[in-house]
Ligand binder design. Sequence first.
Ligand code: SAM
Ligand code: SF4
Length: 367
Amino acid sequence: MSHDLTPFGYYVHVPFCARRCDYCAFATWTDRADLIDDYLRACRTDIERHVAAGAPPATSVFFGGGTPSLVPATALTDVLAAVPRTPDAEVTVECNPDTVTPELFAAYARAGVNRVSLGVQSMQPHVLHSLGRTHDVANVRAAAALARDTFPTFNLDVIYGGAGETLEDWRHTLQSVLALEPPHVSAYALTVEAGTPLADDAARHPDDDDQADKYLLATDLLRDAGLVWYEISNWARPGHECRHNWLYWSQGEYLGVGCAAHSHRDGRRWWNVRTPERYIDAVGAKRSTEAGAERLEPDARELEGLQLALRTRAGVPSGALPDDPELRSLVVVDDVVTTLTIEGRLLANEVALRLRHPASVAGSSKT
Ligand SMILES: C[S@@+](CC[C@H](N)C(=O)[O-])C[C@H]1O[C@@H](n2cnc3c(N)ncnc32)[C@H](O)[C@@H]1O
Ligand code: SF4
């Protein structure tokens, strides 16, 4: 890992999927495959312009979606070729298990991809079905074996709380996923996102207590398998943490390429137009791809930094939370940092509300 370079990430959004999952609110489309070539060409042109204007080399690149593995390998690797990279840059591609082939992964590896993230979600067929997924358990086993043989590291994404999923189903998913020996696992609580079919169907909404039980089971089984917790929903073998995601959690700088992608640079944040058509048009006409921008005031930025850090094993400076008996079982306080306990992780949003505004922390440390 380079330590002498300031980290800088490139996120490339690939907004195409074979089918939309009921719970998903990401900017993705299932009926626009005819745009794929133009869209990825526009991404490449956009990157070239940013690089000509001084964008630094990438310490990490992340192709996210949508389903990046749905587009032809060369279309994706042509985009990657336009990204200047440090020699040891982390390069991740999000893949759906039923799109993975040996040829696809071989092409990725030749182009410099060194990490894939597989959207496994569940290892129980009836749960996969209720989530509306297109892949089966055999697809997952084959894709994970190929990932292990091809790349130095890989991640498996799982979701808990799908309709009809029992605690035993979730245990089975975790055990089956761990049998694939992933160096990294992201385990997400199913979230009801506004505007999705799931949001309209209250009978399928997850139950808070059930989610908590499933989180606790995950913490036990993942830890016992040698995966170390490092962010609310993320566990890794030491050295296999996702460098790109650390950038987001540590308020690092990154360039978002493609529709709906977000960027952060020089204290400014901006986000791109939401649809692939508008993005292609903007790049073609040499117009800005931005839909909006903001600049955070220093206090707000610092508070946000604390909120993000609280969710990671880095924790927040001791003093950023009040010495309150109500928080005792939720945090571990030492002289330097305060981190969440497992119970605290379950109530991370509530604990974050107690973070003291940076100005008042600075004030209290003076007295
Ligand atoms: C941006 S998605 C793209 C990955 C890929 N298309 C897939 O679904 O396999 C990345 C991950 O976000 C998670 N995710 C998406 N929507 C979610 C939701 N509503 N609740 C919890 N996790 C979600 C899934 O685990 C998914 O693998
Ligand atoms: S495959 Fe992934 S990105 Fe596409 S709709 Fe499903 S969860 Fe969303």
